[in-house]
Design a protein around this ligand. Structure first.
Ligand code: SF4
Length: 256
């Protein structure tokens, strides 16, 4: 049997419910093997929908606003798929901007190396589950700006990682500068697309703790240049199976 042409598309109809409301989606995916990054626009749209519906379903007002960037000083865990998208995005920048952004990644890594946090950042599975929150606090204490934070705003807003979309708080914004479990109230979500994204990695490739810190995204992709292409329908099925099934353990930082 012939392999499907990568340009052939398959249509899937997906029905699910979020915050007690039904959602019906019709999505098209390539029939043949493609990079899992091809499903990121769908993941972004799904995350936006789930977050919007969760916000509408709860009575409190979201405190996050333009110019408030405390979350962008946090440890931001991204999936390996998003790391590839971030790497491609930086590579596509014109010079000298590309070098400027790359230098910010390098600066952030140097700070974390000097702080002694790099071993845990390079492999989250080395951090004991009970220490994940404290590790995130240690990271935040160094006030390292996300390499994409510019003029107090996200410079890649439309393509920001899913976990950045999912983190909204209703507690007083003043607490975000000194966050703790007691002072921060976040919007609870029925499902977290950020935790489903690792399902897009082939099962024999995905590690047990398949997140990496955003600041290490470039380094990680440089060391793992081979993408794992899979047929589009298989990727879609894997994403929704994970979304509707068992969550993976939470990563540290914004994920904890
Ligand atoms: S990607 Fe954008 S929203 Fe996410 S931490 Fe960085 S600057 Fe903030």
């Amino acid at each position: 049997m012939n392999e499907p042409n990568p340009n052939d598309m398959r249509t899937a109809k997906i029905d699910f419910s979020v915050a007690g409301r039904a959602v019906s989606l019709q999505v098209q995916v390539p029939a043949g093997p493609v990079s899992p990054t091809r499903l990121l626009p769908l993941a972004y749209a799904l995350a936006n929908t789930i977050v919007d519906m969760a916000v509408q379903a709860q009575p409190e007002t979201v405190s996050c606003s333009r110019g408030c960037y405390a979350c962008c000083l946090q440890l931001v865990p991204v999936s390996t798929i998003e790391a590839r998208a971030i790497h491609a995005l930086v590579q596509a920048l014109e010079e000298p901007r590309r070098s400027t952004v790359r230098a910010r990644f390098a600066d952030a890594c140097r700070t974390m190396e000097a702080a002694g946090l790099m071993e845990g950042l390079r492999d989250f599975s080395r951090i004991a589950k009970q220490d994940l929150v404290a590790f995130g606090h240690d990271y935040f204490a160094h006030r390292v700006h996300c390499p994409f934070l510019e003029d107090e705003s996200c410079s890649i807003y439309a393509e920001r990682p899913v976990i950045c979309r999912e983190f909204l708080v209703t507690s007083d914004a003043r607490h975000c500068d000194n966050p703790s479990a007691q002072t921060i109230r976040r919007i609870e979500l029925d499902a977290r697309v950020s935790r489903a994204l690792p399902a897009l990695e082939a099962p024999d490739v995905a590690p047990a703790m398949p997140w990496i810190p955003l600041i290490l995204a470039l380094e990680w992709v440089d060391a793992h240049p081979d993408d794992n292409e899979r047929p589009g329908p298989e990727l879609l099925q894997a994403l929704f199976a994970r979304l509707s099934g068992k969550d993976l353990p939470a990563p540290p930082g914004l994920g904890a």
